[in-house]
Design a binder for this molecule. Structure first.
Ligand code: FES
Length: 85
């Protein structure tokens, strides 16, 4: 099972979140802040901080730490809140 991130397949285990699968493959950041263009990825890991926002199947602002990975998902970076990057 895998989803696509930045044009490359990312394998995942059953029940694994999108964020956990990205970290497991060495991707540590997937969003840039609107101000300062700073990299962001997992921080709290429990759905509180929103640092891990990501675009999934064209829908921005999904929390990568909470969304279960699914086969065939199209995952993309984003800039700030809601702008695909
Ligand atoms: S890592 Fe904090 S909300 Fe996802």
């Amino acid at each position: 099972m895998s989803f696509t991130f930045a044009g490359r397949p990312v394998p995942f285990e059953p029940e694994q979140s999108v964020g956990a699968a990205l970290i497991a493959t060495g991707v540590l950041s997937w969003r840039r802040t609107r101000f300062g263009n700073r990299p962001r990825g997992l921080y709290c890991g429990i759905g509180v901080c929103q640092d891990c926002l990501i675009t999934i199947d064209g829908r921005p602002n999904q929390r990568a730490c909470l969304v279960p990975a699914a086969d065939g998902m199209q995952v993309a970076t984003q800039i700030g809140n809601g702008h695909a990057g």
